[in-house]
Design a protein around this ligand. Structure first.
Ligand SMILES: [Fe+2]
Ligand SMILES: [Fe+2]
Length: 135
């Protein structure tokens, strides 16, 4: 089973961003395990809700950072966050509607989206702020 693991290469080093990334990775891993073991959708729902809630908190923190540093790519970055939230809400609706166990497509989406978002979009703002503040 493929699980996510935080490592130094994903380090942003700003405020509590890394702690939040680790927490989100933890929730995604819990969901992955639940899907792999074909847990009923009623068991997945609380995990999806936690992911949704925590993603909102994290994205707000990043938006505040963008505002603070007048980050030029802000709109684009936030659009990616919005797409993620929409997808999580879609997953939630599927969980409610379907009696059949969730497909592994869900976990594949979460696994890939999250790490690739940190590696690309989050790293872009890290580099911008590092340069700006001579960190
Ligand atoms: Fe992030
Ligand atoms: Fe982000």
């Amino acid at each position: 089973m493929q699980l996510l693991q935080w490592n130094k290469e994903l380090e942003i080093g700003l405020g509590n961003v890394d702690t939040q990334h680790k927490q989100l990775i933890g929730i995604i891993n819990e969901l992955t395990i639940a899907v792999e073991y074909s847990q009923p959708n009623s068991d997945l729902l609380p995990l999806v809700d936690r992911l949704n809630e925590y993603a909102h908190i994290h994205f707000k923190v990043e938006s505040d950072i963008f505002a603070q540093y007048e980050y030029p790519d802000r709109v684009d970055h936030e659009a990616e966050h919005d797409t993620f939230i929409e997808k999580v809400q879609y997953i939630r609706r599927q969980c409610e509607l379907l009696d059949t166990p969730m497909s592994s497509k869900i976990k594949d989406f979460l696994l890939h989206w999250f790490i690739s978002h940190i590696r690309t979009k989050d790293m872009e703002y890290k580099r911008f702020i590092d340069k700006l503040t001579h960190r």
